[in-house]
Design a protein. Structure first.
Length: 287
């Protein structure tokens, strides 16, 4: 079995498997680690460990986007992010900055970031797309309907895949109009952002339809709530704890790759690399 050739992105590694983006949360309130790596030295150590385990990109973020999270002031986001980006890029890692703010992105790029991961698709800060174009680095444009404090109320769709495509289309057009070249533009369907469990599953099952954009696709399903619900305790109904969702996350990564994902964003790199190695050995690598 073979999968479609993954589109390469100028300035980033190319593999016969999907790229693996390791998550480095420098926040006190992340849903996945609850501030475990909030201090810069711990975040740097964690990032280097993920790189040793095989991460192709380290995604450094200083703003939690879990449902209901409040935004930190820009000064605080800068304080969290910039030292970590500088240290990891200085160690030779390919670093992404996960931010919705042009000011944070600009300073992160100056500190060595080679990719901007904007979960708002340019809607939170109109200056972010032009900055990415001027910096000539890749840009992730995600489907987004609003900040964490309001997104759950906006999780209403007719056909979620069609609606996501319809709403991403003007954002892709805006990115291209801002000067981001197509070889540096990546799309993300935004799993978990203004989406309920059934919406996430529909998007994953029909991921190939997003190829209409002719852009690489980033999938970020790791440890998210819809996996916890799927794996809920059969007796109590309690969702599976966040850090016990890595096997399911790795499984999703493989299926996303088979559907055409260019990159998967994950918390646990080792389990993802293992799952991709098995899939490759089973004949899922590029022909």
């Amino acid at each position: 079995m073979t999968v479609d050739s993954n589109r390469s992105v100028t300035g980033l590694p190319r593999r016969s498997r999907p790229l693996v983006m390791g998550v480095v949360n420098v926040t006190p309130d992340s849903f996945s680690d609850g501030g475990l790596f909030f201090d810069a030295p711990l975040a740097i150590e964690h990032g280097l460990r993920l790189r040793e385990q095989g991460a192709d990109i380290l995604d450094v973020g200083g703003e939690s986007t879990r449902p209901g999270a409040e935004r930190p002031p820009v000064e605080e986001e800068l304080r969290r992010v910039i030292p970590v980006v500088r240290a990891l890029s200085g160690a030779g890692a390919t670093v992404s900055v996960d931010t919705m703010r042009a000011e944070v992105a600009a300073q992160a790029v100056a500190a060595g970031a080679q990719l901007i991961n904007d979960v708002s698709g340019g809607l939170a800060d109109a200056a972010l797309m032009p900055l990415a174009a001027e910096s000539e680095i890749p840009y992730v444009c995600m489907h987004w309907r609003g900040h964490s404090t309001v997104m759950e109320q906006r999780a209403t769709y007719g056909d979620v895949v069609k609606d996501v495509i319809d709403e991403l289309t003007p954002r892709v057009e805006a990115a291209l109009a801002a000067g981001i070249t197509r070889d540096r533009l990546i799309i993300d369907p935004g799993l978990g952002f203004a989406k309920r469990a059934e919406h996430n599953w529909d998007l994953l099952q029909r991921l190939a339809e997003l190829k209409v954009f002719e852009c690489p696709i980033l999938v970020a399903a790791s440890r998210k709530r819809f996996l916890g619900s799927l794996l809920a305790d059969p007796t109590s109904g309690e969702p599976r704890p966040v850090t016990e969702r890595d096997v399911a996350s790795a499984t999703v990564s493989v299926f996303a790759w088979l559907a055409g994902a260019w990159c998967v964003r994950v918390h646990d790199v080792l389990s993802t690399m293992d799952a991709l190695a098995v899939a490759t050995r089973m004949g899922c690598a590029e022909s």
